[in-house]
Design a protein around this ligand. Structure first.
Ligand code: DGJ
Length: 764
């Protein structure tokens, strides 16, 4: 049992392996949040929040004389609105009389085995019965609005998920102006905020800030979780490091406009409220109707940022990703986008596939441009009939040619969009999101379809089903290349227009749910102009997501580094592309590009026919290496050893098998320096008392002279053995590596338990 209720104290305790989450129903019936942090034993948690009369913090009516309790001071589990808590609120609800207010009190609760489900929304699953659910029902006596707070405790995974469901059990219509998923009042302390900002082709740049005495907002208004902010934040102790300190993660499983606010409050608590973006949001609840707010995935550890990331990685891989591809090795693919853009023919694609197959690539992905009138990005979206000028005879002859090479075939789609210059738009202009009387803003020359309309979702389901049913397609890249503006649905009445953005998102989820259930054998990769929708909601349908349109290996270091705080390597779409790189013009060694792409799903995105024979050999070797290490890369425990930019010279990371039987260490020099310091690394996660041998060393890109020290230095490590404790505490030193962006990979295998005094010094 991981959920305990003490009826005398009316106190809930949710216990995971290393954390405790506690709430209490107070004497007035309010559900107070008492604690979320490292696992604790007995003690009076309510005493953490002593009664106090704080000026300008209004008192509950029954405390008007004593002035000892205020909704503005006590930690709340989910706030009401307009009843005296001036901190961030979860909710805004207005009744038919225009009165905005809600004050929830406890009605009942239920503990049940398994995981709650959220209708129409992505959510973590529980196939192995790992979770236990707590449902707490509260009610606002005046409006009759009921609030169901849902908690799933994954005790072994050290994760708690939350969601909120609002039901209008009153007699009148209610208007929700805000309906957040969760509120979290973190205990006292000095917290830093880690968040992930960016832009197209530069997503998820990790930024750590001391929490200011202000409200900080991380949000998107774009109809997508977006390149610009990510619905994941971490609060960590000011002194927390990768290996030490308190860290709390708040990850919203939602792919549309969202909002996460973080407030340093006057009493020293930190309040985090996260959920659907409330700007432009307004949801009408008729009597009997319900609204469900998306799921939040919470994690807490006292063991640093690295440990927090590993909790999320394991959880997302195991309990968020679904279907047969969840834990399976993904095929090494080649995508024609950067090789041809729109300018291809069946012969060109077949030639790319032929070369790729000869080098060991397993899947040929045909990107944008295979349908309708689509020779550039100004037309054709919506007309999903094969362009027979490019592909004579349709898709099947090309698919057959790819199959004949021993490869599988994959295809690109962008179902949520329409070009003005398309038959679909000419037939159904009202299916696009546009504001009455205004010219819509276009993005990449296209409009977004109104997925709040069920018939539009059904239409897409129809052609996607035909595509996947009638052709042997093993993989789909699902793209989305603009953000939503002009959000107005012609299918909704005026008073429900505030629902349009979220209803569009629900339409996307219905599409994805239906198609992934209907075609479980298809590997779906998410994409939104790169990583513009990289979130836990999408991971419920897509086990991998194209990380960024920037394929430059050096830029990818920071993008993948930031992404790794919350999301696993198995989810990060990463390819080796041509040089000079198409986005930055930078040239990096082919080997380095592969080392960086191996911190992801690994594939290629270039015309391999243009490589020299030596480069082709190198590619063959890369694919062999990746295949050998695939389980370690995708399923290993990931550690950030050196952040790009942290030491001014190199970035390094490590994957370690869950049983610590093997490890892979990767290093990329980002800034070679004269008279440089040696590269020193302390490894993580290896078993201190085990013996490891470095059984493979890969070095690349050390300049034309193949400088002796540069190449032989790391290679001299080949065959050497070290105790885990040595690797963790003394570490490894590589010589300074010369030239432009050299890289090293070291593979270690546990070979034995070390004898005492065996030359590596005493085991620590
Ligand atoms: C954006 C994607 O991120 C690219 O990889 C490519 O698929 C293009 N769209 C195609 O239009």
């Amino acid at each position: 049992m991981s959920i305990h209720f003490d009826p005398a104290q009316r106190c809930f305790r949710l216990q995971t392996r290393t954390t405790t989450y506690a709430m209490q129903v107070d004497s007035r019936g309010h559900l107070l949040h008492l604690y979320y942090g490292c696992r604790i034993g007995v003690g009076d948690l309510a005493a953490l929040y002593p009664p106090a009369d704080v000026s300008f913090s209004p008192n509950y009516y029954d405390e008007r004389r004593t002035r000892r309790a205020s909704p503005d001071i006590l930690p709340q589990e989910y706030t009401g609105c307009n009843v005296g808590d001036f901190r961030l609120s979860c909710l805004s609800v207005t009744d038919a009389a225009g009165a905005r207010g809600a004050d929830f009190t406890y009605v009942c609760h239920e503990v049940r085995p398994g995981k709650y489900a959220l209708e129409g929304l992505p959510a973590a699953h529980d196939e192995d019965g790992a979770a236990e659910t707590l449902a707490v029902r509260l009610r606002d006596a005046v409006t009759g609005l009921e609030l169901e707070l849902l908690y799933a405790v994954y005790a072994d995974a050290d994760i708690i998920t939350r969601a909120a469901r609002l039901v209008n059990a009153g007699p009148g219509v209610l208007r929700l102006g805000k309906a957040a998923s969760a509120c979290l009042d973190l205990p006292y302390g000095r917290w830093d905020l880690v968040h992930f900002h960016g832009r197209h082709a530069m997503e998820r740049q990790a930024q750590r800030l001391p929490l200011p005495d202000a409200v900080t907002t991380v949000s998107s208004m774009r109809g997508a979780s977006s390149h610009h902010h990510n619905p994941f934040v971490i609060l960590c102790g000011h002194d927390a490091t990768e290996e030490t300190g308190d860290c709390c993660g708040v990850m919203l499983a939602y792919s549309g406009s969202f909002r996460t606010d973080i407030e340093q409050t006057q009493t020293g608590l930190v309040r985090v409220v996260t959920g659907i973006q409330d700007e432009g949001f307004c949801w009408l609840l008729e009597p009997g109707q319900a609204f469900t707010a998306p799921e939040v995935i919470l994690a807490y550890t006292g063991a640093g940022l690295g440990a927090l990331s590993r909790l999320y990685h394991r959880f997302l891989r195991r309990y968020v990703c679904r279907g047969p591809w969840r834990g399976a090795r993904r095929p090494v693919l080649i995508n024609n986008w950067e090789a041809t853009y729109f300018d291809f023919t069946a012969d060109k694609i077949a030639a790319i596939a032929e070369k790729a197959a000869a080098l060991g690539v397993e899947l040929m992905v045909l990107d944008d441009g295979w349908f309708g009138k689509r020779d550039d990005d100004n037309s054709g979206l919506g007309d999903w009939q094969v362009n027979t000028a490019k592909l004579p005879g349709g898709l099947d002859p090309l698919i057959d040619r790819v199959h004949a090479l021993g490869m599988r075939f994959g295809i690109w789609v962008e179902p949520e969009m329409v070009s003005e210059d398309s038959d679909l738009y000419r037939a159904h202009p009202d299916w696009a999101l546009t504001l009455p009387g205004r010219r819509p803003a276009t993005g990449r020359g296209q409009l977004a379809l109104d997925l709040a309309r069920p018939e539009v979702v059904d239409y897409i389901l129809g052609w996607m089903t035909d595509l996947l049913q009638n052709h042997d397609i093993a993989y789909v890249k699902w793209d989305m290349n603009r953000n939503l503006s002009d959000v107005y649905s012609r299918a909704l009445p005026p008073e429900r227009q505030g629902e349009a953005a979220h209803r569009c998102m629900l339409g996307v989820y219905r599409l994805l749910e239906t198609l992934t259930q209907r075609f479980p054998q298809v590997l779906f990769e998410g994409c939104a102009g790169g990583g513009g929708r990289f979130d836990a909601g999408m991971l419920c349908y897509f086990p991998q997501i194209w990380c960024s349109d920037d394929t430059d290996a050096v830029e990818r270091l920071t993008i993948q580094h930031g992404t790794s705080f919350g999301y696993p390597v198995s989810a990060m779409g990463a390819h080796v592309s041509a040089c000079p790189n198409h986005q930055t013009g930078r040239t990096t060694p082919l080997g380095t590009r592969a080392v960086v792409a191996m911190c992801g799903t690994f594939g290629y995105e270039l015309d391999l026919g243009r490589l020299t024979p030596e480069e082709c050999d190198a590619v063959r070797g890369q694919i062999e290496r990746f295949r050998r290490w695939a389980d370690l890369i995708a399923g290993g425990d990931f550690a950030r050893l050196a952040a790009p930019g942290e030491n001014g010279s190199f970035a390094a990371w490590q994957m370690t098998a869950p049983d610590a039987g093997a490890a892979l260490v990767s290093v990329v020099v980002t800034h070679p320096q004269a008279n440089a310091r040696p590269l020193h690394l302390r490894l993580r996660d290896v078993a201190p008392d085990a013996l490891y041998q470095i059984d493979e060393v890969f070095v690349c890109g050390c300049g034309q002279a193949a400088d002796a020290q540069c190449v032989t230095g790391p290679r001299a490590l080949q065959g050497q053995a070290f105790s885990g404790s040595f690797l963790r505490y003394a570490g490894l030193t590589l010589p300074a590596l010369y030239g432009d962006y050299p890289a090293v990979q070291l593979h270690l295998t546990r070979v034995d338990a070390p004898e005492e005094g065996d030359g590596n010094g005493p085991a620590i």
